[in-house]
Design a protein around this ligand. Structure first.
Ligand SMILES: Nc1ncnc2c1ncn2[C@@H]1O[C@H](COP(=O)(O)OP(=O)(O)O)[C@@H](O)[C@H]1O
Ligand SMILES: O=C(COP(=O)(O)O)[C@H](O)[C@H](O)COP(=O)(O)O
Length: 341
């Protein structure tokens, strides 16, 4: 498949590709999801948050003494059914949880796009959910980063008092450890975020964090999808601090490659990667930064994950094509592939 066919192939294929993003509250799921939508184009990507599948509203949770992280506080069976419907290309009537009121709004009709992101506290909790999701990402900021992010967002955007957020964070810790954190073991990629090695001020004032992408090993690489980072501008044009490091890690018995960025990279360093993603997605310009500017480590991580997602989608397409050729018919949408790329 020539690279420029990617968007057309996705648009014409019946396959609904589901990306799952799991992590604790305030860990950057929504922020990352918006970035991926921007990279792939709003017309191709839609998002569902699993918060909409809470079983109880805020008042009921208080009365029952239950946190939203407990699986029994969520309608995971309905989420499974709805994801299966969407994967089969059918519309659903989606519940809506309103974070402003802490109550449910009336359900809304929701139709699948060819790339669907499902983000929330529990997207990988059940085997059926895991089977429906094609690419699984777990976001895992350091506790200090998560605390700063969560407090800022809940106080400034959700109208909570600081003490309320702090108390709730304490109350939620056991359920986080029990139900949310273990989902990390199912992820194809994990993003870890720490304060920058160039100082906490760099993080808090300039959004510069030390970001590590930990990925399961690729068993097959797709030739069309080229991950090029240019060493010349890296070595000669940069006037700001940056760091790139690669290490091998063993996480829960799985061999993972850990790629860490910190600081800011000159845009020329990742220009080829940006162009490659533009050709693949036909979304252009992928302008995370103006010419001559700098990308933060987090933005570079977003680009690399977009590249990994494209790689996975093309891998699935090549599998669908093979089945089509063997059977003389399309394999259809409901087919969930269990093989990893
Ligand atoms: N990559 C990031 N860089 C800088 N700040 C971030 C990043 N991701 C999240 N944040 C901050 O954390 C807050 C919570 O992030 P959000 O994406 O809403 O988390 P979640 O959806 O996991 O609850 C955001 O409002 C933002 O201030
Ligand atoms: O843990 C979360 C997940 O949301 P997010 O990941 O977006 O923070 C929220 O606390 C619940 O959804 C309840 O919402 P609320 O606390 O508003 O009642």
């Amino acid at each position: 498949m020539p690279p420029s066919d990617f968007k057309r192939v996705i648009a014409e294929s019946p396959y609904v590709f589901i990306i799952g993003v799991a992590g604790d509250s305030g860990s950057g799921k929504t922020t990352f999801t918006h970035a991926i939508r921007e990279i792939f184009g709003e017309d191709l990507v839609s998002t569902i948050t699993t918060d909409d599948y809470h079983k109880y509203d805020r008042q009921q949770r208080r009365e029952l003494g239950i946190t939203p992280l407990a699986p029994e506080a969520n309608q995971l069976d309905l989420l499974e059914e709805h994801l299966a419907e969407l994967k089969a290309g059918r519309a659903i009537l989606k519940p809506v949880y309103n974070h402003n009121t802490g109550r449910f709004d009336p359900p809304v009709p929701f139709s699948p796009t060819k790339i669907l992101i499902v983000e929330g506290l529990h997207p990988f909790l059940t085997p059926r959910l895991r089977a429906l999701i094609d690419f699984k990402l777990y976001v895992d900021p350091d506790p200090g980063v998560k605390r700063t992010w969560k407090i800022r967002r809940d106080v400034e955007q959700r109208g909570y008092a600081l003490e309320e957020v702090e108390r709730e964070m304490e109350e939620r810790k056991p359920d986080f450890e029990r139900y949310v954190a273990p989902q990390c073991q199912y992820a194809d990629a994990v993003i870890r975020v720490a304060f920058s090695k160039y100082g906490r001020e760099a993080s808090e004032k300039h959004n510069i964090y030390c970001v590590t992408i930990t990925q399961s090993k690729l068993e097959r690489s797709i030739g069309d999808v080229d991950l090029s980072i240019d060493l010349f501008p890296l070595l000669s044009l940069s006037e700001r601090n940056f760091m790139v490091e690669f290490t091998l890690e063993e996480i829960l018995g799985r061999k993972m490659g850990a790629l860490t960025f910190d600081g800011e990279l000159n845009d020329a360093v990742v220009r080829k990667l940006e162009r490659n993603i533009e050709i693949q997605t036909q979304v252009e310009p992928i302008d995370l930064v103006e010419a001559g500017g700098y990308l933060t480590a987090g933005e570079v991580a977003q680009l690399i994950l977009a590249w990994r997602i494209i790689n996975r989608r093309i891998f699935i397409e090549s599998g669908l094509k093979a089945v089509e050729t063997e059977d003389g018919a399309a394999s259809g949408n409901g087919a969930c592939r269990s093989g990893r790329d």
